[in-house]
Design a protein around this ligand. Structure first.
Ligand code: NAP
Ligand code: MG
Length: 480
């Protein structure tokens, strides 16, 4: 796009072996609030992947023997630099993918907390000892680095997603090659600049920009890559698992969701409604853990729909740089996909409970509550990544559990109830990686995070469970 803005837009480079490596082929990065080109980044090829693997391998031996205290110190320094550059990072994330600035600032804070936790994990990579059947034999396990890890990230959390992979990889002594989402690669490049400033040696973390089908796939297939951590759609996750499976290398897959909340007849709606609105609308509904199905008890459904629709109709829409509640979707294509899902649901018999349709021009979409959705409709089954809430009516919590579990996904689920039996039964029987009772689907920065079924595979991210992906257990027998 050769608009004047596009000509002025800066040209970024890959980061390979501690150097900025410009590229002859580039691709534009758009601001979804204005549809202007804000930068150009490399459209890398498989030969760039080769270069990054070589750089990561050259750095691997030195980094693997770097004292864990030093790895921890670099991570803490990185966290301090994120705090110093908080405004810059938040503004960049908002301009490349559109979420409101307040949420981008929250994302920087969250990334800082996760790095701080992981800096401690560097010192908690402990092993075990075992009794021996032969006298004088010491048997122990040690956690050793996996090697070179490919980290492939989505655009919806442009700061947290790469941090959630880079920090645990570094804590455990691995080298990394990051392939950020083509929609939002700029935050990753800035984060890795800050990592250089924190004192990380060149080549330990490398960044290659480009398309998933070209460089993402080449990374996963590369014989020099020892493990793949991926966050993104279930469809791409499956492809990655197939390639990695043939190569017998481990994967950590954080995939999509169709997260349900059950609202019981005993629920306090004053508490439930704001939690559901916030958990469904943050990032314009483009969160993997966004609530997208509301399973409402018949006894409160009409009241609940009225309140949810009123709250949705009151949300301010606009550029994330303004004081609004909801920003644009990531692109016009994403807006069109979500709008098509809404049209399909209305055709299937769902009823529009919200009134307004006054979104600004561009990648914006007015948030929608759909009532009278049934479990077999596409809107109740597909991950619709946008500001759409589908309300399904259920007779009791048992039906709510059945409907929740009828989805192939199993990321997060929530229930609002003041009945302890309902709370316990829901938490016990629902098939989800994370269950929230009287609590939206937000998570904390030291607690394992992940999904089951089509929502994920491999060790959970964030908490201490990352060790099971980012280290290999070595068993040692020593006879004196
Ligand atoms: P996506 O289309 O699956 O892309 C994710 C990443 O994979 C991007 O970097 C993409 O590159 C790359 N990729 C695409 N095809 C590839 C291939 N064949 N081989 C290797 N890499 C490939 O997902 P998205 O649209 O960016 O993100 C939204 C999805 O992420 C949603 O489904 C959401 O639920 C999920 N998500 C899950 C979590 C979680 O923790 N469970 C968190 C956040 C998001 P391109 O950018 O070039 O396409
Ligand atoms: Mg963009």
């Amino acid at each position: 796009m050769s608009t004047p803005t596009s000509l002025k837009a800066p040209v970024s480079a890959n980061r390979i072996g501690g150097r900025s490596v410009p590229h002859s082929r580039t691709t534009p990065v758009l601001d979804p609030a204005t549809l202007e080109v804000i930068a150009h980044v490399p459209r890398s090829t498989s030969s760039d992947v080769d270069a990054a693997v070589i750089a990561a391998h050259s750095a691997a031996a030195g980094w693997a023997v770097t004292a864990p205290q030093e790895r921890s110190r670099i991570l803490l320094r990185w966290a301090e630099l994120l705090l110093q550059h908080k405004e810059e990072l938040a503004a960049l994330a908002t301009s490349e993918m559109g979420k409101v600035l307040k949420e981008s600032r929250g994302e920087v804070d969250r990334a800082i907390s996760e790095i701080q936790f992981m800096s401690g994990e560097a010192l908690r990579l402990t092993g075990e000892t075992f009794p021996s059947s032969t006298p004088g034999t010491l048997i122990y396990t040690a956690r050793v680095p996996v090697g070179t890890v490919a980290a492939i990230t989505p655009w919806n959390f442009p700061i947290v997603a790469p941090v959630r992979k880079i920090a645990p990889a570094l804590a455990a002594g691995n080298t990394v090659i990051v392939k950020p989402a083509a929609e939002a690669p700029l935050s990753t490049l800035l984060l890795v600049d800050l990592l250089d400033e924190a004192g990380l040696a060149g080549g330990v973390v490398n960044v290659i920009c480009g398309s998933g089908s070209e460089v993402g796939a080449a990374l996963v297939a590369h014989p020099g890559v020892d493990a793949v951590t991926f966050t993104g759609s279930t469809q791409v996750g499956r492809t990655i698992a197939e390639t990695a499976g043939r190569r017998l290398i481990p994967t950590q897959l954080e995939l999509g969701g169709k997260n349900a909340v059950y609202v019981d007849v005993s629920a306090d709606l004053d508490r439930a409604v704001p939690e559901i609105v916030s958990a469904s609308i943050q990032a314009t509904g483009q969160r993997c853990t966004a609530i997208s199905r509301v399973l409402a008890h018949e006894g409160i459904v009409d009241e609940l729909v009225l309140r949810l629709a009123a709250a949705y109709d009151g949300l301010l829409i606009g550029s994330g740089r303004e004081a609004v509640d909801v920003g644009p979707l990531v692109s016009e294509k994403a807006r069109d996909d979500v709008a098509a899902h809404i049209r399909g649901a209305l055709k299937d018999g769902a009823r529009m409970a919200t009134f307004r349709s006054d979104a600004p021009e561009g990648a914006y979409l007015a948030p929608v509550v759909l009532d009278r959705v049934t479990p077999t409709m596409s809107i109740a089954r597909d991950e619709v990544f946008g500001p759409v809430l589908a309300v399904l009516r259920v007779a009791d919590y048992e039906e709510a559990i059945e409907v929740t579990n009828s989805s192939e996904y199993g990321l997060a689920a929530a229930a609002f109830t003041s009945d302890i039996r309902v709370a316990n039964e829901f938490a016990h029987h629902v098939q989800a990686g994370m269950v929230h009772i009287n609590h939206g689907t937000s998570s904390q920065p030291h607690v394992p995070f992940g999904g089951v079924g089509a929502s994920g595979l491999g060790p959970y991210s964030i908490g201490h469970t990352v060790q099971d992906f980012f280290t290999q257990v070595k068993v040692v027998y020593v006879k004196s």
